[in-house]
Design a protein around this ligand. Sequence first.
Ligand SMILES: [Mg+2]
Length: 269
Amino acid sequence: MGGHLYALDFDGVLCDSCGESSLSALKAAKIRWPWLFHQVDSGMEDWIIDQMHVLRPVVETGYENLLLVRLLVELRVPSIQKSSVADGLSIEGILENWAELKPIIMKEWNEHREPLIDLFGKVRDEWIQNDLSGWIRANRFYPGVADALRFSSSQVYIVTTKQSRFADALLRELAGIVIPTDRIYGLGTGPKVEVLKQLQAKPENEGLTLHFVEDRLATLKNVIKEPALNAWNLYLVRWGYNTQKEREEAESISRIRMLDLPDFSSKLR
Ligand SMILES: [Mg+2]
């Protein structure tokens, strides 16, 4: 009794995977839409990867990276534009309006979520199979996080939109940590609000103080909307994939506490 439960997001809280996810998305986009890349040289590929880092805060689930790659190509090569939104669109415009743009481009490109998720997963699996160390090296854990997890006396769960097998592989191979698979809630286990409800309902978690740590403001706002989740302490991390504007908004929401990396590591212990 009197202990703590931490539900931790993975990408942008524990692990900086932006380099890996951008490269995987570029590989997958070339498979899905090969004709787009006839006019894309290595210089434009570098530009795409750079912009993907800027745009990372809008990504909720990995497959959206594929959509961003294609949209970036349309921005640079107007002759292949198939979406009505690309003309005159800026990086800032994507950052501001991704939630509205996404359904429009998916419809205009005739794309669906599930096949893109499958393809993105397959590309990663192949990369891992052919070059495990290269794939691992494209990711990094934020400083101090691995030790904080290793020595934590709290109950730790991972709640992520990443496929569980990839989170598990990175925890093992990059951080040297084994988290039991029943403590990793990955893509396909339902929305995070539902996972949090499941966690608080587990008999073994009764009486624990609940903490949910995220880098995505929209996800925390979804939790706030659920009265059933009122007991959770909510944290937005300053080091993950969010924008200055989102951090400022979070500071004005009394339910949310901002977290710096050293504080996070010391809290987890
Ligand atoms: Mg995240």
